[in-house]
Write a protein that binds this ligand. Structure first.
Ligand code: ZN
Ligand code: ZN
Length: 303
């Protein structure tokens, strides 16, 4: 049971007390995961690479149900019709217009920051909804590892408002691909599901999805376990285009950006495939660890 100062109970597939709806949902999800393991050919729920139409239908069903079924807020457990209620959503740290347009880290007056001037990322513009941190991290981790589709759909729905951050030309959405083995283990790609939610929004109606335009060539070690400097080397050469993206305005889509190593490598691959421009959208942006600042203690005796 996790609590923080605001008194919220965070469940989302984690241990929960005093929030029976979430506890029931966790049990149901566990049962479903077990069924998927035991009977994948019958249920067809694991990624056995069914026809694109079937995959689209499956994702539409999942997200359609997520919208239609009554939800409890994943943060406070309040029963209403959203995966995160409005008061809880207001407590999450939104990234404001003052952030650097290339990395979404704090900047001065929304100007490109010194880091991006010294070492520009391979993408042009980055937009992110939230600054990654507690309790949002619990919500997004649940969405990623516990098939929390209602939460993912809610977060992607909020991210749909970021469309004006990008050029008005038709965008080709390119979700960060998972390695086949990881996709098979997880049963879905959260980046692809986010892209699908975006494209259902009216503001994105002229844009399109580049399904399977890029593949992940090899399994990379989990970025979670690597030091910041090692992440870049870990993903080098990890992606390859399956077709030309010539002249297209590509938008990379992912859930969380940490160092940007993965997204940077994918942007480079998209540019090699002929993309005219590459921008990126993520739900949340992790702030890098603060640099240590040597502070001289105030010496009372000398004062
Ligand atoms: Zn709430
Ligand atoms: Zn920057």
């Amino acid at each position: 049971m996790s609590r923080y100062a605001g008194g919220y109970a965070v469940a989302c597939g984690l241990a929960s007390t005093g929030n029976e709806g979430n506890a029931d949902r966790v049990v149901e999800e566990s049962k479903r995961a077990l069924m998927m393991e035991r009977f994948p050919p019958i249920l067809g729920l694991q990624d056995a690479r069914p026809a694109a139409g079937l995959r689209d239908l499956r994702a539409a069903l999942r997200f359609g149900l997520a919208r239609l079924l009554p939800q409890r807020c994943h943060l406070c457990g309040d029963g209403q019709h959203a995966a995160v209620c409005a008061p809880c959503a207001d407590t999450l740290a939104r990234i404001g217009p003052d952030a650097c347009p290339r990395c979404q880290l704090p900047s001065v007056g929304g100007q490109v920051c010194g880091r991006c001037i010294r070492k520009p990322p391979a993408w042009g513009r980055l937009a992110a909804c939230w600054s990654y941190g507690f309790p949002l991290e619990r919500v997004l981790m649940a969405a990623k590892y516990h098939a929390g589709f209602p939460v993912l759909a809610w977060a992607a729905g909020v991210a749909a408002a970021l469309r004006p951050a990008f050029a008005a030309t038709r965008l080709t959405l390119l979700p960060v691909p998972l390695a086949p083995q990881r996709q098979a283990e997880r049963g879905y790609n959260q980046a692809l599901e986010i892209a699908r939610v975006l494209l259902r929004d009216d503001r994105w109606r002229q844009d399109r999805l580049a399904l399977d335009a890029m593949i992940r060539l090899r399994e990379t070690s989990s970025q979670q376990t690597l030091a910041w400097a090692a992440r870049r080397a870990n993903v080098r050469g990890a992606f390859a285009a399956t077709r030309s993206l010539s002249g297209q305005a590509v938008l990379l889509v992912d859930d969380v950006l940490t160092t940007g190593a993965t997204l940077n490598e994918l942007a480079r691959a998209a540019l090699r495939a002929g993309a005219a421009s590459v921008d990126a959208l993520v739900l949340a942006r992790v702030s890098p660890p603060a640099r240590r600042i040597r502070v001289t203690p105030f010496d009372r005796a000398a004062a």
